[in-house]
Design a protein. Structure first.
Ligand code: IPE
Ligand code: IPE
Ligand code: MG
Length: 224
């Protein structure tokens, strides 16, 4: 059985779900939060230590302003309501990506990280304004600035995911088979599951099924 310490998820398909079921993409984003809750709960059940959720990419700024505003308002109300319950459940929140949002949201994100920093049961890495190419270029710049040697260890050290083991498993919902600039370095050896269901339709059962399949995969790492 393969050990599983870190699951990364590209939560895709909210917009299509919303249009299909409620004639509104934004309703899909709202519905997607329920799946987030289910997946967090099951991740704890499965005793997985790290969960990285792709919530907003550097490329998502190209969406209509109205949708972007809706997403960040949703995030704001979700976080301000959830932080206490994260603390009760011993969940640590860590933001990856560049925090260049409104003053109010930046403050809330920093506060949420600070308030949950000592929690130990599960670390959630929420990827917000995250892009992998930008992250890697930034890491190289930092290596240069510090006159460090360029090697794998040093590069990893300057990524947003420093001190976090690489994900062994990546799940992308929404019936699309691409990485969309997500964790390109960290996913070098991950097992990848593309799920047909749209994110709001994804549930604990689907998640557990994937985990079970993952655990049985023969992971070669170049060996035979
Ligand atoms: C993913 O769902 C959530 C975000 C990118 C914020 P989408 O909004 O991309 O949903 P689809 O792919 O358009 O259905
Ligand atoms: C990836 O989904 C980003 C998130 C889930 C946050 P997108 O819907 O933005 O990806 P593309 O544009 O289809 O590649
Ligand atoms: Mg999408």
């Amino acid at each position: 059985m393969n050990p599983l310490n870190h699951v990364a998820i590209i939560m895709d398909g909210n917009g299509r779900w919303g249009l299909k079921n409620k004639e509104s993409r934004n309703e899909g984003h709202k519905a997607g939060l329920k799946t987030v809750e289910k997946v967090i709960k099951e991740t704890i059940n499965q005793k997985i230590k790290y969960l990285t959720l792709f919530a907003f990419s550097t490329e998502n700024w190209n969406r209509p302003k109205k949708e972007i505003n809706y997403l960040f308002n949703l995030l704001e109300s979700y976080l301000s309501n959830k932080i206490e319950s994260f603390n009760k459940k011993n969940i640590k929140l860590n933001i990856i990506g560049t925090k260049n949002f409104s003053k109010k949201l930046n403050k809330l994100l920093n506060l949420s990280e600070k308030k949950t920093a000592h929690n130990t049961i599960l670390q959630i890495n929420l990827a917000l304004n995250y892009g992998s190419k930008f992250e890697i270029i930034n890491a190289i710049k930092k290596i240069n600035k510090n006159n460090d040697k360029i090697n794998e260890k040093n590069l990893s050290k300057y990524l947003e995911t420093k001190n976090i083991p690489d994900p062994e498993l990546l799940i992308r919902t929404g019936n699309t088979k691409r990485l969309s600039n997500f964790l390109l370095w960290q996913l070098a050896y991950a097992e990848i599951f593309f799920e047909k269901k749209l994110w709001p339709d994804f549930n604990e059962k689907d998640y557990v099924k994937i985990i079970k399949k993952f655990k049985k995969i023969k992971r070669n790492f170049g060996k035979i």
